[in-house]
Each structure stands twice: as structure tokens, then as C-alpha cells.
Design a protein around this ligand. Sequence first.
Ligand code: ZN
Length: 106
Amino acid sequence: MADLAKAKTLLEAQLAELKARLERIETDLAEPMDADSSERAVQMEDDESLEGQAAVIEARIGATQRALFRVEDGSYGTCMECGDEISAGRLEARPESVLCISCKQG
Ligand SMILES: [Zn+2]
């Protein structure tokens, strides 16, 4: 049985951290482009990778929020696919996990 209080604390901390990271990236993206064209090319590449990172972080924010809902409704810690318990080690490494390791791999 998953420790729901601990999971909630972990998820809330993770959510706050992810949101802070996303905010920093959005601030970077909002910076005006350099007028110099060679600089601009570098900045555009930077922005593309930042956008990639932002997308990854947004996806994790969504997953973390869904996991928090599952804490609330009591289904947290069970696999959405097969209903088995997700191992504690896996939940510690990735508290937003909704699939057990075998469903994730399968
Ligand atoms: Zn499973």
C-alpha cells in the first residue's frame, strides 16, 4: 500500500519545482532576439531546445497533477493498466508513475 501522505508531499514539491523550471524557460524565451544575425541563429537554436524542454516539463506537470488527483481519489500507487501495485522504489524515483514497470515496458 502506497504511503499517500508522503506521495502527496513528494508530488506537490515536484509540481512546484517543475512550475519554477517552466517559468524560467518561459522568461528565457520571452527575451528579445539579438539584432546581430549570427547571434540570432544561435538564439533561435537555443529557443528551439528550450521549447523542447518546456514541452517535456509541461507533460510532467500534467502527469504530476493527474497523480495528485489519484492520491485524492485513493487510486494512487496502483497501475492504471493491470491494477497491480506499483513498486515503492518506482514511485520514489518517479512519483507521478501511473503504470507498473511491466506495463510500462510492455
Ligand atoms: Zn501494470
